[in-house]
Design a protein around this ligand. Structure first.
Ligand code: PMP
Length: 486
């Protein structure tokens, strides 16, 4: 690629964006590495099917292409004087603007002083960053919900006093439930809520909830880790956090968006180079946000990848994406719910969730279901508690006494009876055939027939592995342990 002339610098990134968009297609859109053959317990290789998009996604083709295109131009940004540094700085700042636009806001227009996008590692870092920057006191109240991922619980419970919105047996709550928590005294300083559950795919009625909080003068942070790849972000939220690796840009960048004013005063979350205007040994002059919030060398490649993903998703369009994922969600959730012995957690199959489904299989531990899907079918799902323990315990109907018992077992180092579920989660690349492949495999497991190979469980992790000749499956870390039939 030939570099842009000096006076053309501002156009350089847009040119490449247009090239990426030129390769768009309607979903399903394949991801890098889709269908790669992996070894199974019977010695055969099968095409790998990832149904773990809610945890992390592979890269979109245009994201990889954009990163490869950018790599020869990679250089230090912001204070580098060279030509490549200026190109890289331009691309990095373009990615920041793209993130703001993706969040439904511009850097100047929406509120007094405008909003900033802070490029960070991921949603977890973004929420911890915000919890630090809001300078909460232990007595301050943050309203949050029992449906949150730990990333949107622990930063708040560490910095302040949390008040929790409860959910019903189906894992949902309504605007009035949130309003009631907001109305209690002392008045909350913040509402921290998920845009979509990583366990059930359920989306709280965010528009009404944000309006209810704003009516009461309470700012809102939305954990958009699950929402970002699937739905437009709520432009009315004061703060938003999301991760590139869940939206087909697995290069280590995430975003925190919020009002510039919230970051204008006080110490940044990270102190160091790039966040300052002037340092003397006894005085620091912090620079303006967003640079004030991005001490250290930034993840330029991650930001470039994130922008490529934003451009690609925007080019495909929400209508096409949403209608594809609604079809997949319908097939997945109805299909699982209709298999005898399978219990779908959360709201019913018609609840209009993201293409995510958590389920249990009667008489088969969740860890064994996941192990069998991997070893016999080359299907990658997730099992366990999905970093949202309070929500999962409610979905499973466990009491506080049950939770106490599990905690005692874990303290003893025994995870063999850990409660949990299996989660299948889909995305832009998932086809109807992929879902049928999963459903057929789950039906075989739920049928009660013994597995074709024996499995053993490691009580320290709770995980199952096939044993005998099939145990290795090409993995370097497998070691043999006494084997029991699955
Ligand atoms: N929130 C939700 C709802 C999530 O699903 C996740 C990841 N599973 C996170 C936050 C944390 O995201 P990350 O690991 O990218 O920080």
């Amino acid at each position: 690629m030939t570099g842009p002339a000096y006076h053309d610098l501002p156009g350089a990134s847009q040119d490449r964006t247009t090239q990426a968009q030129g390769r768009l297609a309607a979903p399903p859109v394949p991801l890098v590495g889709d269908g790669i053959p992996v070894p199974c317990a019977d010695g055969a290789e099968r095409p790998y099917l990832s149904l773990d998009a809610a945890a992390s996604t592979a890269a979109l083709g245009p994201v990889l292409a954009r990163v490869e295109e950018f790599l020869p131009w990679y250089s230090s940004i912001h204070r580098g004087a060279g030509y490549k540094s200026q190109v890289a700085t331009w691309d990095y700042e373009n990615a920041r603007s793209a993130a703001l636009a993706f969040a439904g806001r511009s850097s100047g227009a929406s509120r007094a002083g405008g909003d900033v996008a802070i490029i960070c590692r991921n949603t977890t870092e973004a929420l911890n960053h915000l919890a630090y920057r809001l300078r909460l006191a232990p007595g301050d109240v943050v309203v949050t919900t029992v449906a949150e991922h730990h990333a949107n619980l622990l930063p708040w419970s560490r910095a302040a006093t949390c008040r929790y919105v409860e959910c019903g047996r189906d894992g949902t709550f309504g605007v009035t439930d949130v309003g009631a928590a907001l109305d209690k005294r002392p008045a909350p300083r913040l509402l921290a809520i998920t845009g979509a559950s990583n366990i059930t795919g359920w989306m709280p009625p965010l528009d009404g909830i944000i309006a209810a909080a704003h009516d009461r003068g309470v700012p809102v942070v939305v954990d958009a880790a699950q929402l970002a790849p699937h739905r437009p972000l709520p432009a009315e939220a004061d703060f938003l956090a999301w991760s590139g690796h869940k939206m087909y840009a697995p290069f280590g960048a995430g975003v925190l968006v919020g009002p510039r004013a919230a970051f204008a005063d006080g110490d940044p979350f990270l102190a160091g180079g790039g966040a300052v205007d002037l340092v003397d040994l006894d005085e620091v002059l912090w620079t303006a946000p967003p640079e004030r919030e991005e001490a250290g060398s930034p993840n330029v490649i991650g930001a470039v990848a994130l922008q490529a993903s934003i451009d690609t998703l925007t080019g495909i369009g929400w209508n096409a994406l949403i209608s594809h994922e609604r079809r997949i969600a319908h097939a997945l959730r109805h299909g699982l719910a209709s298999i005898p012995g399978v219990c779908l957690l959360g709201p019913g199959p018609d609840a209009g969730t993201l293409p995510v489904a958590a389920f249990t299989v009667d008489g088969v531990p969740h860890a064994l279901v996941a192990a069998r899907l991997a070893a016999e079918e080359a299907i990658g799902v997730r099992h366990g508690c999905f970093c949202a323990h309070p929500y999962l315990m409610r979905l499973l109907g466990h009491t506080r006494g049950d939770v106490h018992r599990y905690r005692e077992q874990v303290r003893r180092g025994d995870r063999s009876a850990m409660p949990g579920a299996v989660r299948a989660s889909a995305g832009i690349n998932t086809t109807g055939d992929d879902i049928q492949r999963l459903l057929a495999a789950v039906a075989r497991i739920a049928s009660g027939n013994p597995p074709p190979v024996p499995y053993r469980q490691d009580p320290r992790t709770g995980d199952f592995r096939p044993c005998g000749d099939a145990a290795g499956l090409g993995r370097p870390d497998s070691h043999q342990a006494p084997c029991s039939p699955g």
